[in-house]
Design a protein around this ligand. Structure first.
Ligand SMILES: Nc1nc2c(ncn2[C@@H]2O[C@H](COP(=O)(O)OP(=O)(O)OP(=O)(O)O)[C@@H](O)[C@H]2O)c(=O)[nH]1
Ligand SMILES: [Mg+2]
Length: 220
């Protein structure tokens, strides 16, 4: 499968794909889990945040990108990731796996503390170079995705919408949800105009996403 057929983002040349491969072949270690906004770690390396509704596949995507099945904990039941988890990728880039939104089973207080932490992180982090807003290919954008995107627009954090679980839909459905999503993000100034489609399960779109994230990594 070529890069253009496996992802709506086309045009990654071999050099960019190789840079992505090399970066994500580096050691990746869990460094810190923050449960409140006060516990956020020092802002040093460039960071990319994985945001999205509960169960959309954020932790699975961290694992697929790094080629490690159990680096980030995943679960069939929503609400698995309960803190902001920071992973150091080869001292070049930090991957930040976030708790999902739209999950109502925890206490109101706990949800408010997470929301506060997520908002403060997404709005005020100097090292945050990009957010990935993950959206389930089967469901498309929901109102709480729009909310997060509007917040990122206001904070001027550039973000890419990533359709997840592409293996769960037929290619025609994927084409339709991609088209709808591309049309809907036009009104969001901080959104990249193109989207990625990925499958953490089957690997679709992973090499292209690695290539795209490699452009953010520190050279040092
Ligand atoms: N078929 C398929 N299943 C996936 C894919 N990505 C994730 N899943 C499944 O979706 C479920 C949720 O995945 P997680 O990665 O834990 O989702 P999350 O967004 O981190 O969830 P929270 O931490 O609860 O917000 C798990 O059962 C995964 O195996 C994918 O690309 N394809
Ligand atoms: Mg998770």
């Amino acid at each position: 499968m070529t890069s253009s057929s496996s992802s709506p983002i086309s045009g990654f040349d071999e050099e960019a794909l190789e840079a992505g491969r090399l970066l994500f072949a580096k050691e990746c270690d869990f460094i810190w889990g923050a449960q409140t906004a006060e516990q956020l770690p020092e802002a040093d390396l460039p960071e990319v945040a994985f945001a999205g509704r509960s169960n959309v596949g954020k932790s699975s995507l961290v694992n697929a990108l790094t080629g490690r099945k159990t680096l980030a904990r995943t679960s069939n039941t929503p609400g698995r990731t309960q803190q902001l988890n920071f992973f150091n990728l080869g001292n070049r880039l930090k991957l930040v796996d976030m708790p999902g939104y739209g999950y109502a089973k925890e206490s109101k207080e706990k949800i408010e503390i997470w929301n506060d932490m997520v908002r403060r992180f997404l709005r005020g982090r100097v090292t945050l170079r990009r957010a990935l807003v993950l959206v389930d290919s089967r469901h498309g954008l929901k109102p709480n995705d729009e909310e997060i995107m509007t917040m990122l627009d206001q904070a001027a954090v550039p973000y890419v919408v990533v359709l997840t679980k592409s293996d769960k839909v037929r290619s025609q459905e994927l084409a339709e949800v991609s088209k709808r999503t591309v049309a809907a993000i036009k009104k969001h100034p901080a959104a990249f105009p193109e989207i990625h489609a990925t499958s953490a399960e089957k690997g679709q779109g992973i090499a292209e996403l690695r290539a795209s994230l490699a452009q953010l990594a520190s050279l040092g």
